[in-house]
Design a protein around this ligand. Structure first.
Ligand code: FEO
Ligand code: CA
Ligand code: CA
Length: 684
């Protein structure tokens, strides 16, 4: 999400931004115990050493598990890190090849014409084809196979200049044309596409009955505490049980019962509210003069059906909620569950997991008899890290249910949403967001906000009230399958200042981002944490290059991230920091965290002594963000997405450079990466 999308502005007006003197007091106490007061003060002053100090203070409590392969050998990366690249092509590690699959506009069925290079595809075509700006995704095998399956995928946002023949237009009276608006609505959302590997090459299976699209107009179910509440009643659904559409689907998650979770991120600006904003809308950033794409301006068009455009103007106008769309925005901002194996089931908004600018939703390890857990970032400056803990305990018999969405209701509609407070001593607390929760001003969330539905509606406000730690734009989360450690990418924070740093976000401003790691207690109420790696440029000062990175792994703005089943951590970048853009386009890096151990066998962060184990595997074309990552069960196919490239792809071979002077209509696409010898991706 780096171009033409929603904003990541700081809307946190809470008092949860600690002053530097408070930070210094914390650090001074701890550092005196460690006999290193000078280093702590130096960190506060931004003069160096700080990152590793903090990280080392917390790391000894993290689990030291060593990963092993089936033959008992430790997992090790066996590719050579590649240099940066700034071309209209993908580059990748030696011994691998990459090709383009299912770019924007690829038909999913016969309702769509083939993609037209002149931009002339219709709204109907777009509703039956791959959407724009591929993002999070997950591979769901058919019959457990690694050569046949379903790719569930997000289409985050649109580039109107590329979507239409000559960019977006308006009519003489300033309205957007209905057909253009419908095409834009249909280019957003998510999809499921059947893929099959034939003669060694993955292909889209056109017209497969499981191929489908979910757009910003698709009928959906509302489930969980908001279902049927006053907050989600609309003229479309007066009983508050259904809604239309999903939007700005960024990161993703999945469940142990075979469903996909798509996350609604920068949706608030597709709406406009010209009346004073209620607290939740102000906290989330709903637009106040016009929607981002002015979809509302097509209202009243002779072809309009069921208020398809009017619903984006949420200004209260009727006698009550069932008479207008004042609550339309309250049906967005959720985790949405999709059953990829059922071509008819409605997508379902799981409101118990909170309402904010959801980035990703990674599950913890599923262990029989224990609650299930999902971790979630809220990507804006100074927002929070959340987790949801199910009330039901995991029954492995639910892994292959007859009705997947009923299983979803069991685990995702009842539970507790928590928000993280990172304390400076390397410990942390998960603060429950429920009506009895104490607020920092001595009240309770129930008193401040009302019932659970009302608390969840304004999740950010509730998190402010319990004293959560403002983070540097939490993007994706990932969980190490070998030991359960959680990781979150903190992409950057341009508005953090030296006076508002905290222990988990120690740079102000933070232009390069970092990755925080934690390990939860058995009761899910607390955790220990450290900073796993700091983004930075190799030539940066000590306070910038805190992890001792070299040219071969320097990065900034970590974003997409996942562990594969072997315990390799892969992360992607969405960077605009010039000390890195001058060297390389966005990229995919890999590291095996459980191989980074000290002499006592404890996990340690990345630092100058072990940084060579963080390796650059792939670099995308000019202008793009590398995002979305999925593996087949055998780890022999890796899918990544190229989002918003500038002048790519020019052929099916992802590594072909677009000829100088030649312009292509850019298409976001999935890139398939395979090892030339047919082996597993990345490891020996
Ligand atoms: Fe859509 Fe936060 O990236
Ligand atoms: Ca991003
Ligand atoms: Ca992202």
């Amino acid at each position: 999400m780096s171009r033409d999308s929603g904003d990541n502005l700081n809307r946190n007006r809470s008092a949860n931004l600690p002053m530097a003197d408070v930070m210094q007091a914390h650090l001074s106490r701890r550092s005196m115990l460690r006999g290193s007061l000078g280093a702590a003060v130096a960190m506060i002053a931004g003069a160096g050493l700080g990152g590793s100090l903090l990280a080392q203070a917390a790391s000894p409590t993290l689990a030291p598990t060593r990963p092993t392969t089936a033959n008992g050998k430790p997992v090790r990366l066996d590719f050579t890190s590649i240099p940066g690249s700034r071309t209209d092509a993908c580059t990748l590690a030696a011994g691998y090849s990459a090709y383009v699959l299912a770019p924007w506009g690829t038909p999913l069925n016969d309702q769509a014409r083939p993609w037209q290079a002149d931009g002339s595809n219709t709204a109907r075509d777009q509703a039956n084809a791959m959407g724009m700006h591929h993002d999070g995704m997950h591979f769901f095998p058919l019959d457990g196979r690694s050569d046949d399956g379903l790719l569930a995928i997000n289409f985050e946002y649109i580039d109107p200049a590329a979507l239409h023949p000559h960019g977006p237009t308006s009519t003489a009276d300033g309205k957007r044309p209905a057909e253009e608006v419908r095409k834009e609505i249909n280019a957003h959302g998510a999809g499921v596409v059947r893929l099959s590997k034939r003669n060694g090459r993955w292909q889209v299976i056109d017209n497969d009955p499981l191929n489908r699209r979910f757009t910003t107009a698709s009928r959906m179910l509302i489930a969980g505490p908001l279902r049927g509440s006053e907050h989600v009643k609309t003229r479309y659904s007066p009983d508050g049980t259904h809604c239309r559409g999903t939007n700005n689907n960024c990161g993703n998650g999945y469940t142990p019962w075979g469903t996909y979770l798509t996350c609604e991120e920068n949706w608030p600006t597709i709406f406009v509210n010209k009346a004073p904003l209620p607290a939740d809308q102000a906290r989330l950033g709903v637009a106040t003069s016009s929607g981002q794409y002015r979809w509302e301006s097509a209202a009243g068009d002779a072809s309009e059906a069921q208020d398809e455009f009017a619903r984006f103007d949420i200004t209260p106008r009727g006698a009550g909620a069932a008479d207008d769309y004042r609550n339309e925005a309250s049906t967005f901002g959720y985790i949405v569950e999709i059953d990829p194996y059922d071509g008819q089931a409605l997508a379902t908004k799981r409101t118990a997991l909170g309402r904010f600018r959801h980035e990703g939703c990674c599950p913890g390890r599923a262990e029989a008899g224990k609650p299930l857990v999902w971790y979630m970032g809220d990507d804006s400056n100074n927002e929070y890290l959340y987790k949801f803990v199910s009330s039901a305990r995991w029954d492995p018999a639910d892994a292959n249910p007859h009705d997947r969405l009923a299983t979803g209701a069991k685990y995702l509609d009842h539970g507790t949403l928590y928000v993280a407070r990172f304390d400076a001593d390397g410990s942390g607390v998960w603060l429950a967001l429920e009506s009895t929760s104490q607020t920092t001003d001595g009240s309770t969330l129930g008193t401040r906000f009302g019932d659970l539905a009302s608390i969840l509606l304004n999740t950010r406000g509730a998190a402010d009230a319990v004293g959560a730690t403002p983070m540097d734009r939490p993007e994706w989360t990932a969980v190490n399958p070998l030991n359960g450690d959680g990781y979150v990418t903190l992409t950057n924070n341009s508005v953090r200042t030296p006076s508002t740093v905290n222990a988990a976000n120690p740079r102000g401003p933070n232009r390069h981002g970092h990755i925080v790691r934690w390990h939860d207690s058995d009761d899910q109420r607390s955790f220990t944490w450290d900073i796993f790696v700091f983004g930075g440029n190799a030539s940066g000062a000590a306070d910038i290059n805190r992890s001792g990175l070299s040219e071969l792994n320097q990065f900034a703005s970590p974003d997409g991230m996942r562990f594969d089943s072997r315990g390799v951590l892969w992360f992607e970048t969405d960077n605009s920091e010039t000390t890195l853009t001058d060297y390389t386009n966005d990229q995919l890096l890999a590291v095996v965290p459980t191989q980074l151990l000290d002499a006592a066998g404890q996990q340690v962060p990345i630092d100058a002594s072990n940084q060579a184990d963080l390796r650059r595997f792939f670099v995308g074309p000019n202008g793009c963000e590398v995002t979305g990552i999925a593996f087949t069960p055998d780890n022999k196919t890796l899918f990544v997405n190229i989002q918003h490239p500038a002048n790519w792809p020019s052929s099916e071979r992802a590594t072909d450079v677009t000829a100088p002077g030649h312009s292509v209509r850019p298409r976001s696409a999935t890139v398939v990466i395979q090892r030339d010898d047919g082996g597993e991706i990345g490891t020996a």
